[in-house]
Design a binder for this molecule. Structure first.
Ligand SMILES: NC(=O)c1ccc[n+]([C@@H]2O[C@H](COP(=O)([O-])OP(=O)(O)OC[C@H]3O[C@@H](n4cnc5c(N)ncnc54)[C@H](O)[C@@H]3O)[C@@H](O)[C@H]2O)c1
Length: 309
């Protein structure tokens, strides 16, 4: 099930998870357009693929604007003759609680993740439809988008929005044979390196040691390479029947996320008035839903002191 002959774009692939996706797609035979805001980082990423015998070119530009999306598709077609696979991975964080979040914090994160995903998928899907290519759209979500997270209003909105768009694109692109899926990764990268809860795992990884089983198994937290196989699989012909899904991956763990469904349904003739809700809301809906990610307690030997800043 090789990707030989296929051409991929991976946004934000200068480092971290995006670089791992690009390297794995190239290892499976695809030619890759590397994209990042930083030209030197993008060029270095290209070099790792070319040095390993693969094919890659760099486009240094920020995703978000339509011009960048068009330039990425043009680079794939001009350098490698076609486009089969798009991975929308570029991302930034501007974390703070709602009451401290500025307009700029909100717009920056929405611009890169949500708008960047919209504009690049629109450009890629338009090209794939016009050229009758049964392409692969792989968008990167986050557990925060699925469950919410303290201090991440902007990021939660963007990542939940991405999964919402993926469901819609799976419907709209089905007839053209183009699949659209969301990958929900967890891995040790610059984005997670400073989270105290993951410190013992990041420490082991940095020392070139395997991460403790608690992280890999119980938390589904591992390296970027642990996530890359799923992206390459979804890009392959074998995954032609997989579309509209949100798939979690990290460490030793693979998960299929559910899409929201009503969990309680109640009817009242004449409708649910204010008075009727006072009377019957609790019985009608039953147990309320939880929010936020659920992290098990860290075993004592994996706890690290909190940072002193
Ligand atoms: N690391 C995790 O555990 C985790 C968990 C859930 C989701 N994610 C998502 O995975 C993706 C990659 O995260 P990572 O952990 O590798 O982060 P990272 O910060 O290591 O890498 C992100 C890359 O995107 C680039 N980038 C930022 N803005 C860009 C823009 N406008 N255009 C092009 N490139 C841009 C950065 O320069 C960087 O190279 C992000 O979408 C992130 O939200 C990561």
């Amino acid at each position: 099930m090789s990707l030989t002959g296929k051409v991929a774009i991976v946004t934000g692939s200068g480092r971290g998870l995006g670089l791992a996706y690009a390297q794995e797609l190239a290892r499976q035979g695809a030619a890759v357009v590397i994209n990042d805001v930083d030209a030197a980082t993008a060029d270095a990423a290209v070099k790792t693929i070319v040095d390993a015998g693969g094919r890659a070119v760099a486009v240094a530009a920020p995703v978000g604007p339509t011009e960048t999306a068009d330039a990425l598709v043009a680079a794939a077609v001009e350098n490698f003759g076609r486009l089969d696979i798009l991975v929308t991975n570029a991302g930034v964080l501007r974390d703070t609680v709602l009451w401290k979040m500025s307009d700029d914090d909100f717009d920056t994160v929405i611009g890169v993740h949500l708008r960047g995903t919209f504009t690049t998928v629109r450009a890629a899907a338009t090209y794939m439809r016009q050229n009758e290519i049964p392409g692969r759209i792989i968008c990167i979500g986050s557990p925060t988008g699925q469950r919410g997270n303290f201090g991440q209003t902007n990021y939660a909105a963007a990542k939940a929005g991405i999964v919402g768009m993926v469901r819609t694109w799976a419907l709209e692109l089905k007839k053209a044979g183009i699949t659209a899926n969301a990958v929900i990764p967890v891995a040790a990268t610059a984005m997670t390196a400073t989270v105290p809860y993951f410190a013992a795992a990041v420490e082991a990884d940095a020392a070139g040691e395997p991460m403790p089983a608690f992280f890999r198994h119980d938390l589904g937290f591992g390296t970027s390479d642990d996530v890359a196989g799923l992206v390459a699989y979804l890009a392959s012909d074998a995954a032609a029947g997989v579309t509209g899904q949100a798939i979690g991956i990290g460490g030793d763990r693979l998960q299929l996320w559910s899409h929201p469904e009503p969990v309680a349904t109640a009817y009242r003739e004449g409708g649910w008035t204010f008075e009727a809700l006072h009377e019957g809301f609790a019985d009608a809906v039953g147990e309320l839903q939880s929010v936020g990610e659920r992290f098990p307690a860290l075993p004592a030997d994996l706890q690290r002191p909190a940072p002193t800043v």
